[in-house]
Design a protein around this ligand. Sequence first.
Ligand code: ZN
Length: 231
Amino acid sequence: MRWSFFFIHLSMNRPSLPGLPDLRAGNLYGIGRNYAAHARELNNPVPTRPVIFGMPLTCLTFDGLVIIPSFVEDAHYEAELVIAISKTGKDVPNEEALSLIAGYGLGIDVTARDIQQELKEKSHPWLIAKGLDTFAPVSRFVPAGHVTDPQKLRFTLDINGERRQNGDTSLMLFPVAELIATLSRYFTLQPGDLIFTGTPEGVGPLFDGDRLHAVLEPGLVTLDVNVEKKT
Ligand code: ZN
């Protein structure tokens, strides 16, 4: 087998990022408690450093369908701004961090809150609560050039036509540039890596048949997701 063919074959498991056809999805990073009001609603302390977690690529989906397995009793929605990384970066200074952004999208960081609560009590990693198959539905991406300031974006989440979350990125505890700089201190960021930047207040449970509609403003992208709960 020719090497080039081998590598093409490997990369087939990594989906292309809609709206950014030159990029395939890489590592998935999540940020917890990046909005003070959300940290408080779950009785968590407001962090002094970004809370970083990872998710497997298999939870990423662009199909608009979240499937909640039967062993999850309390799956929550968390609407978030998602950053796609354009190029390799290590120890990126804050001032240069925004130059690593390929584009912006919206995602739902679906969280098995019952499992997460158990894991938190035992001080175990959150991986299972955050990373189940289909638990990271993401919209298409708008190229970075369409956004002048990532800290001046608003987003909303409606479920079955009812407003549940209002996001305002100016309220992030750790702005996008700082998240990129911090992540790059620990991990080499690579093209196609995605960063879920945290959710505002208003999280709550998902039910079978729920229809989620999220909008990133002004008029940048929308995300529609259906929920199927296995019994
Ligand atoms: Zn989240």
